[in-house]
Design a protein around this ligand. Structure first.
Ligand code: ZN
Length: 381
């Protein structure tokens, strides 16, 4: 079907699971505590990974696991119409085009998106909200009753993150960014134009609200724009989203604070892990790690130090230039470590090669200008 268009129509019904109503609940899909989270509530075409020559590629058919993310999607354009109870306040990807009352107690909403990885529908009849503007983007925060101060903090942190990352990485190209409470305990999860934050971050874990927000907002660049296989190379976006939090703190609190943050948050954890003989390479699939502790320490912390090694070598200004060039070349596309290395080589080829060998493995063939610009992971089969 290469180069041909095909239209597919289908209908389906979905049972929405209802989970326990406790702030401890970590539930990505379904309802809990008066909130309904519906990421990927529709069938989605698998990613096709092209091979070296036409016809030699394969479909990505991973099932995901208990740890890490499992959603892997090409950038797509969505038009979504949802008829919902009128008291539900939806938090979604895309831009709201219309909302009309279609029957007593029923509202119909229509959203459209730019190129995004998926369409998230998250909602509650209890959300309160506030908005602000950051570099032309409308930022909106949604929180549950009783959490107004934290909800307004989340708004401030998200807007600050958006400004700082726009300055360092390149502009955020969407008109909306949303942050909402969700049944995710003290964790967070990134979706296109929306980050969901566990209800405990608004309460018992409020001290972690800022760093969680800063981490998840960074995923709007490193996941939504530049995407990687979340099962086989999870470190690529997790490490960079995590490292972005240092850049966030550096911008707001200065270099001394950011450096001690790095030591506390990543270096000390990795040293303790190594002390127990549990160090591991960053470039492993999710399930190759022995447990959740090792997975998080390596894929988040050690991978953040991988990006720090690049920044130490290039200096902060050239590091930003490298990230901008990586973003410009690979936005709306899918990357592997080879593309990261290809983006780094123009800045310092010897260092890029040595870094690749030290952290990833044997060097792939050096890219020629032609292979460096050929699409990766976005071709039609
Ligand atoms: Zn993350």
């Amino acid at each position: 079907f290469s180069g041909q268009q095909i239209s597919i129509y289908f209908s389906w019904t979905l049972s929405i699971p209802h989970w326990e109503d406790t702030p401890l609940a970590y539930r990505l899909f379904g309802s809990s505590q008066s909130m309904v989270s519906l990421p990927l509530f529709y069938p989605s075409l698998a990613v096709y990974l092209p091979g070296p020559t036409p016809g030699t590629g394969r479909w990505w058919l991973e099932r995901g696991s208990v740890r890490g993310d499992a959603a892997f999607n090409v950038s797509s354009l969505f038009v979504v119409t949802a008829t919902l109870p009128s008291n539900q306040i939806p938090v979604t990807s895309g831009s709201l085009i219309t909302s009309t009352t279609v029957a007593p107690g029923r509202a119909q909403h229509v959203w459209v998106t730019g190129p995004v990885r998926e369409f998230l529908l998250h909602m509650s009849d209890r959300f309160h909200q506030a908005s602000t503007e950051a570099y032309g983007t409308q930022v909106t925060s949604y929180w549950l009753p009783g959490h107004e101060a934290a909800g307004r903090d989340a708004l401030r942190f998200a807007a600050a993150s958006l400004r700082i990352y726009s300055d360092h990485f390149g502009p955020y190209p969407y008109t909306d960014l949303r942050v909402a409470a969700a049944p995710l305990g003290f964790r967070g999860m990134e979706y296109p134009q929306t980050l969901l934050l566990g209800v405990q971050l608004y309460d018992a874990y409020r001290s972690q609200l800022e760093v969680r927000t800063a981490h998840e907002v960074a995923h709007e660049w490193w996941y939504l724009l530049v995407h990687n296989d979340p099962v086989n190379t999870p470190w690529m976006d997790e490490g960079l989203a995590e490292y972005a939090t240092k850049i966030y703190y550096e911008a707001l609190r200065g270099g001394v604070y950011a450096q001690s943050y790095q030591v506390r948050r990543w270096q000390a954890v990795i040293e303790a892990l190594a002390g127990r003989g549990e160090d591991a390479p960053i470039d492993l699939p999710v399930m190759a790690y022995e447990n959740g502790t090792q997975y998080e320490a390596i894929v988040y912390g050690k991978a953040a130090l991988f990006y720090d090694a690049i920044r130490q070598r290039l200096g902060p200004r050239q590091f930003d230039n490298f990230l901008r060039s990586y973003l410009e070349t690979y936005s709306y596309r899918i990357v592997t470590p080879v593309e990261l290395w290809t983006a780094l080589r123009p800045f310092d080829p010897q260092f890029a090669d040595a870094l690749y060998v030290e952290w990833i493995g044997a060097l792939p063939p050096v890219p020629t200008p032609e292979t460096a610009t050929s699409p990766q992971g976005n071709e039609s089969p």
